[in-house]
Design a protein around this ligand. Structure first.
Ligand code: FDA
Length: 305
């Protein structure tokens, strides 16, 4: 049943008509559960509250299906505005960005130009920028972009997904770049030709990737809500005498907030991924796919409207 629900939500996440409809409605239908606001000012207030609780953040201006240069430009401008706002308010936050929102589906030149503008702004204010990983179709291009940018920028990082067969090879390849890496299980619908179908295999690969990257000595963001994975990292920390400043835990805004605070109290670095903007539909559908129980929150949101 869980698999059926997951597939339905992932299918819905790609619906352009619903994406456009959602944009027009603002943060309705329970969207507030996972999205920090429609403007950077609203999101900044949430980050301020997180910072007060000892948590850091990475902010993401939501955007899907960007097919014009103007939209890609607008996304770029907003990301730069977000960086400037974070710096002005003295908030402890990085930035996350999707290559499709900057024009990946239009041209490589466009996305490179936009990323350089964002990374320049990040460099000016000492803010790191992580390139989110999207679906398999865009994985190779995203990694190429990362590698190209990494030659000139210290403040760029990216993401690898443990559900893909190719990822261990990518992790080994990226080691030469001393990468700032976020490791996740993966949030998109992929075929068995490219990705593990069984959760147990995804989890086993996740553990393996975490261990390999930490033992390489690379900074590792372990982005999961899964207690079993968190415990695994704590065990690795003990077994291999890892320093707490070599890794951090990351979780999504609105998910397991108490666990986030608890980990921070235990002395771990914890970063919360804070999305904002009107384009919340696809993001929220992926969250529902991960945990259909969240549908209840969304239903409550609809009833309240
Ligand atoms: P998983 O879904 O395997 O669930 C395992 C257990 O975790 C559950 O049994 C439950 O105990 C707990 N759990 C999970 N979700 C919960 C919830 N909502 N509430 C309470 N408990 C919950 N993906 C991607 O493809 N590209 C990317 O760039 C990113 N970026 C990213 C950043 C950050 C900061 C995070 C946390 C995640 C991502 N992801 C992502 C999403 C990621 O790939 C994955 O889909 C989700 O994190 C869900 O997998 P988990 O490892 O959290 O738990």
């Amino acid at each position: 049943m869980e698999t059926v629900m997951r597939n339905i939500f992932l299918f819905l996440s790609k619906n352009k008509a619903l994406t456009n409809m959602a944009k027009e409605h603002g943060l309705k239908f329970g969207a507030k559960r996972f999205v920090a606001g429609t403007t950077i000012e609203e999101a900044a207030k949430e980050i301020q509250a997180l910072n007060k609780n000892g948590l850091t953040a990475t902010i993401d201006f939501l955007g899907e299906f960007v097919h014009s240069e103007e939209e890609a430009q607008a996304s770029t401008d907003e990301s730069i505005h977000a960086i400037e706002t974070l710096a002005k308010l003295g908030l402890d936050s990085e930035l996350s960005v999707k290559m499709t929102s900057l024009g990946l589906d239009i041209s490589r030149e466009l996305v490179m130009k936009n990323m350089r503008l964002i990374l320049d702004a990040g460099q000016e204010y000492g803010i790191k920028v992580t390139i989110d990983m999207e679906d398999y179709e865009r994985c190779e291009a995203t990694l190429e972009i990362y590698k190209e940018l990494r030659k000139n920028y210290d403040n760029v990082g990216t993401v690898l997904q443990s559900y893909l067969y190719r990822t261990l090879g990518d992790l080994q390849d990226l080691n030469a770049y001393e990468p700032y890496l976020r490791l996740v299980k993966g949030a998109y619908k992929e075929s068995e030709e490219v990705a593990f179908a069984e959760k147990a295999d995804v989890d086993e690969n996740y553990r393996h990737l975490i261990k390999v990257n930490l033992l390489y000595g690379n900074y590792t963001a372990i982005a999961t809500h899964d207690d079993a994975m968190i415990d695994y990292v704590k065990q690795l920390e003990q077994d291999h005498h890892l320093e707490k400043d070599q890794f951090e835990f990351q979780m999504l805004y609105g998910i397991r907030s108490e666990t986030q605070k608890q980990l921070a109290k235990e002395g771990y670095r914890v970063r919360v991924y804070v999305p904002y903007g009107n384009d919340w539909y696809g993001y929220n559908m992926r969250r529902l796919a991960e945990r259909p129980a969240n549908v209840l929150f969304v239903l409550k949101g609809i009833v309240k409207k």
